[in-house]
Write a protein that binds this ligand. Structure first.
Ligand code: TYM
Length: 336
């Protein structure tokens, strides 16, 4: 059995604002991994264009996601930060994986079904093979661990299937079995307007999400306006069954304060949402305020951000090119 170097890879799409979901489900968790693992964090612009992106907005959003990562504590001295389109191994390996993955596997992907909606015939082919590119992102570095929110679990299972099929088709032990890292109290942050829908940058309602570009007043206002019910809070999370909005706000509170949801719930037992939402608004502003402000400061330093991304591209290329060459040899591509 090959022993693979412990390496973390994850990515975020520059397809709209970063949300509290991106922060609590993914980016916040990345920060703590930087001291234990070799870490690679990618702004996945190739994935973003699977749905239409205005070119100027895409350029700006790419810098914004990089700024958001750095403002949240991803340290360019410890981690590689870069944008996907500039490292050719991603697109090249994705093609090979298009030939490894089976149509039946992709047909099962729930994210494709959700995003394509009823009009599948009009969805881009890129949206359909999106998970193959994601597998390429990870496996181009032979990464072993992938910290993501719960919504990416199915894609990571597909990544494992692709790795396994490649290894078995070519009788090699080349790709590792990727381990998803889905942890924290907010692995699935829900909409502030509907506790049964995921908080998402594509939701038409601005009040459904907190953006990392929102200022302190707007953050507090959105929390105050969040949908709740009229019952007081119970003693335990189990007693919150059927109260999706309440559960979501407690999970957000717990994740922002690095506490357990059960502990937060017990603290507010018997209290109504007026008290709880006031405290949650204060906490959100205290934690997110400095991040959103640093992000906006970084956005005025475009050269600094571009230098970081360029350096990241160079390092990512250095890691992925030798791996890609080995893949070419395994597959039988002549390297004259
Ligand atoms: P994306 O851009 O939709 O989201 C980036 C990360 O944020 C997490 N996330 C959430 N977590 C909890 N609650 C939410 N409401 C929420 N919304 C988003 C996502 O789980 C993700 O971790 N396909 C990926 C990007 C990607 C990738 C990769 C990730 C491309 N290649 C390789 C890992 C490894 C995506 O669309 O993420």
């Amino acid at each position: 059995m090959t022993v693979f170097k412990q390496r973390v890879f994850s990515g975020v799409q520059p397809s709209g604002n970063l949300t509290l979901g991106n922060y609590l489900g993914a980016i916040k968790n990345w920060v703590g991994l930087q001291d234990t693992y070799e870490t690679i964090f990618c702004v996945v612009d190739l994935h973003a264009i699977t749905t239409w992106q205005d070119p100027d907005i895409l350029r700006n959003a790419t810098r914004e996601v990089a700024a958001g990562m750095i403002a949240s504590g991803v340290d360019p001295k410890k981690s590689i930060i870069f944008n996907q389109s500039q490292v050719s191994a991603h697109a090249e390996l994705a093609w090979i994986f298009n030939c490894v993955a089976r149509m039946g596997w992709l047909n099962r992907m729930t994210q494709f079904k959700e995003k394509a909606g009823k009009n599948r015939e009009r969805a881009s082919v890129g949206l359909y093979v999106y998970p193959d590119l994601m597998a390429a992102d990870i496996l181009a570095y032979q990464a072993t661990h992938v910290p993501v929110g719960a919504d990416q679990k199915q894609h990571l299972e597909l990544t494992r299937d692709i790795a396994q099929k490649f290894n078995s088709d070519y009788k090699v032990d080349f790709f590792p079995e990727v381990e998803p890292l889905i942890f924290g109290e907010a692995t699935r942050v829900m909409s502030l307007r509907d506790g049964n829908a995921k908080m998402s940058k594509s939701d038409p309602s601005e009040n459904s999400r907190i953006n990392l570009t929102d200022d302190r007043d707007l953050i507090a206002k959105k929390i105050r306006k969040a949908r709740t019910d009229s019952e007081p809070l119970p003693a335990t999370m189990d007693d919150l069954d059927g109260r999706a909005e309440a559960k979501n706000l407690i999970n957000i509170f717990a994740a922002l304060s690095d506490r357990k949801a059960g502990e937060v719930c017990a603290e507010y037992e018997g209290k109504g949402f007026a008290d709880f939402k006031r405290d949650l608004a204060d906490l959100s502003v205290e934690v997110l305020g400095p991040i959103t402000e640093e992000m906006s400061r970084l956005m005025s330093e475009k050269t600094y951000l571009d230098d970081i991304l360029r350096d990241g591209v160079h390092k990512a290329d250095e890691l992925s090119q030798p791996i890609l060459r080995q893949i070419h040899d395994i597959v039988g591509f002549l390297r004259p």
